[in-house]
Design a protein around this ligand. Structure first.
Ligand code: G3P
Ligand code: MG
Length: 276
């Protein structure tokens, strides 16, 4: 039975983009620091120009890497991730930016020492396959969020590529696939019905939500905390769906959501919920 088919009465904590408040997001260094502090790790997946699924959040390189400087050095005219081949993406440094940027002010809060942050230099972008193999060895379930890359260069292949990686790593039972692009989720269920899916939503809920989720054969709904109410959680739980809510960084809000019946929260600060 899949880890993600048993949401009943669970109160899971997910490390959002890895342990991103104290480590560079979506890096191995962040994932390693999440072990013991969460029940599963959430990551973002996109496709490189040459069709490899890689772990990265932004469509445009630069916020979490030395993308601009490397683009100049390599003569790349665009910073769009899907215009770079894997061999080029591999040259990115996705760790050092975090030495100078403290997006969650964790140093001033005493949550992490400057020395600790030095541990995360020399981080490079991971492929989905590498991450799946690491997660399997580390026995940590994964939520793979498939990003909707603007322009659609890989629209027809991204789902197949992700599913092939999951199947090849033999990690189907411990992988939950989510996306804001629900058409991808429909494809996932057509191609691999046994894999669990979570339906992401950040603005208005789809009409007839319970029927909508049932038609997708979804295991869970993943709403933004901003559009989540106690009534919504109760309704979804009554319909048999997990309710996994992003992004929750306030322990009091997390406790409330769990008391209403939420089955998981995604947090940038997993250890506020799961001390480790
Ligand atoms: O999967 C939940 C959350 O990660 C969705 O938003 O932009 O952080 O990927 P984002
Ligand atoms: Mg995400």
């Amino acid at each position: 039975m899949s880890f993600f088919y048993s949401f009943d009465n669970r109160q899971y904590v997910s490390a959002h983009r890895g342990n991103r408040s104290i480590r560079p997001e979506n890096s191995l260094c962040a994932f390693t620091a999440s072990i013991g502090c969460c029940d599963f790790i959430e990551v973002d997946v996109q496709m490189s120009r040459d069709g490899v699924a890689v772990i990265h959040h932004d469509e445009v390189l630069g916020r979490t890497s030395n993308g601009a400087e490397l683009a100049t050095r390599l003569g790349k005219p665009s910073l769009r991730l899907d215009s770079w081949d894997l061999a080029e993406l591999r040259q990115l440094d996705i760790g050092s930016w975090f030495l100078t940027v403290d997006p969650f002010a964790t140093i001033s809060q005493g949550m992490v020492s400057p020395d600790d942050r030095n541990l995360c230099m020399s981080q490079t972008i991971m492929t989905l396959s590498e991450l799946l193999n690491w997660a399997k060895n580390s026995r940590i379930p994964l939520n793979v969020e498939i990003k909707d890359q603007e322009g659609g260069r890989h629209d027809s292949t991204i789902v197949d590529t992700v599913l092939a990686a999951v199947a090849s790593a033999d990690y189907t039972e411990s992988t939950l696939i989510s996306s804001f692009r629900h058409d991808y989720l429909r494809q996932v269920k057509q191609k691999m019905p046994q894999i669990a899916i979570g339906v992401l939503q950040e603005e208005e809920h789809p009409d007839n939500l319970l029927q909508y989720l049932a038609a997708l054969d979804a295991q869970a709904y993943h709403p933004d905390v901003e559009i989540t109410t106690p009534e919504l959680i109760r309704e979804l739980r009554g319909g048999g769906f997990g309710v996994n809510i992003f992004t929750v960084n306030d322990p009091a809000i997390g406790r409330d959501l769990f008391s209403f019946g939420a089955t998981a929260i995604f947090s940038d600060f997993p250890r506020l919920f799961r001390p480790c």
